[in-house]
Write a protein that binds this ligand. Structure first.
Ligand code: ADP
Length: 259
């Protein structure tokens, strides 16, 4: 039988429903060992689904997200078509096995709301006017959820749109910052999101330096809010570097020097 790594006390508290006493220790270290301004470990890959026109996979901490894109193709049903541009049809969906307690596979109110805000976060980046009367379908599947999945969904969807060869003004990358134990912290995981005081998800177009999604859950002072946005944008910039790496590793063939 495969030996399993013994979990540390902190990991056990994080993974179980037991409420930890503190989220940030005296040295400013969080339950998973991160500093306040540190992202979770991230892995991204594009072109993972050969049957879709574009696809991407992302892991961010315990989050696992898969996105498939189809289109642009003739819009169905016809009444959703716009004469002067393409429409994005976006579906954010949490798999029943993505959380501790089985989630109903039917779309929840939260799934529907997140589908809308994610679509709105992606739209400014796509040259929709190039493809009138068509639709671009974006299917976001949350395979495993641990806080910040709307942001992880946006980051992955932008990669899948680029992989589908859809012309874009910029990539879109998203990250949240929030407040845990009175301190502003980057990229909250589920426990920090649930027990912490606030969460501020931000989606950002890094070259245009424009924010396409800004939400806030909880309470922050104006100073804390500004600090959280700035921290989230810095997180977005780090994630953008990873997005570029993922695209390059599929599309840029290293030049071999001739002897
Ligand atoms: P986000 O994932 O963008 O942070 P929320 O703040 O709504 O969005 O959710 C935070 C986290 O709560 C999710 O990432 C997930 O880990 C957890 N969660 C959401 N819905 C459910 C559910 N139905 N059952 C259990 N956990 C859930």
């Amino acid at each position: 039988m495969k030996a399993t790594k013994k979990k540390t006390k902190k990991e056990t508290e994080t993974l179980s429903n037991k409420k930890p006493e503190t989220l940030v220790d005296k040295k400013g270290i969080r339950l998973d060992g991160r500093k306040l301004d540190e992202l979770r470990p991230v892995k991204m890959e594009v072109g993972v689904l050969p049957n879709a026109d574009g696809s991407a996979y992302l892991e961010q901490g315990r989050n696992k997200v898969l996105v498939g894109v189809y289109g642009p193709k003739e819009a169905h049903p016809r009444h959703i078509a716009q004469q002067d541009r393409a429409v994005i049809q976006c579906r954010y969906h949490m798999a029943p096995f993505s959380v501790d307690e089985r989630k109903s596979p039917a779309p929840s109110r939260r799934d529907i709301e997140l589908s809308k805000v994610i679509r709105e976060a992606l739209e400014p980046a796509v040259f929709l006017e190039y493809y009138p009367k068509t639709s671009i379908q974006v299917y976001i599947e949350i395979l495993q959820a641990d806080g910040g999945t709307r942001c992880a969904g946006i980051t992955t969807a932008a990669l899948a749109l680029a992989d589908a060869g859809i012309p874009m003004r910029d990539l879109v990358v998203a990250c949240a910052a929030g407040k845990a134990d009175g301190k502003i912290a980057l990229d909250l995981m589920d426990t920090e999101d649930k027990i912490g005081e606030a969460d501020v998800p931000v989606a950002y177009m890094p070259n245009l330096e424009a924010i396409t999604l800004l939400q806030m859950d909880g309470n922050l002072s104006p100073e804390e809010f500004e600090k959280a946005i700035n921290m989230a944008v810095e997180g977005c910039k780090q994630l953008y570097a990873k997005q570029k790496e993922a695209l390059k590793s599929k599309y840029v063939v290293e030049e071999v020097e001739e002897e």
